[in-house]
Design a protein. Structure first.
Length: 166
């Protein structure tokens, strides 16, 4: 059964199933190994592209308060909130046994929405990120990140590996 809030919501039962399944699925060792490999692939592409173009710069922080604040803040938002929306809510959960065509449709559609979301976010709610969120290198890296997180989610059936990768 699912909460009363979802009863009158179109597709509420599917959404509730996706949320519960994604939150409660504990990734096994193989899922974490896959996610580590995917993160490695992302790193091998993102760092040379980022540093090679000058998009990524190193700024060493000496304050542990700042470091912990950035890590904690990044875990909550964007990692948890974006993965909940762009992976868990938009994509069929592995237990739904979606067809390959449906997986491609939702995977590519979700990826496009994930990419477009960033410039729209900068233009509306987060204008301080405007210069970054419209930069072509950022959008390329966001697309790659979105694809990696989608694969990790589908492989594990869990919210947690994509959150860690993000």
């Amino acid at each position: 059964m699912f909460p009363e809030f979802f009863v009158n919501f179109p597709g509420g039962e599917v959404i509730w199933h996706r949320l519960v399944a994604a939150f409660l699925t504990i990734p096994d060792a193989q899922a974490w190994l896959w996610s580590t490999a995917l993160l490695g692939i992302y790193t091998l592409i993102a760092l040379p592209v980022g540093f090679g173009t000058g998009f990524i710069k190193i700024d060493i922080q000496k304050s542990w308060v700042v470091v912990i604040g950035v890590i904690g803040g990044s875990l909550l938002r964007p990692a948890l909130t974006e993965e909940l929306f762009f992976r868990v809510l938009l994509l069929p959960h592995p237990t739904e046994n979606a067809s390959p065509a449906a997986l491609w449709f939702w995977g590519l559609g979700g990826l496009v929405i994930f990419i477009v979301y960033h410039p729209l976010n900068a233009m509306t709610f987060f204008p301080v990120a405007g210069e970054t969120f419209i930069h072509p290198i950022f959008l390329f890296l966001a697309a790659l990140l979105g694809a990696i997180c989608t694969i990790s989610y589908w492989q594990s059936g869990s919210l947690w590996p994509p959150v860690v990768i993000h």
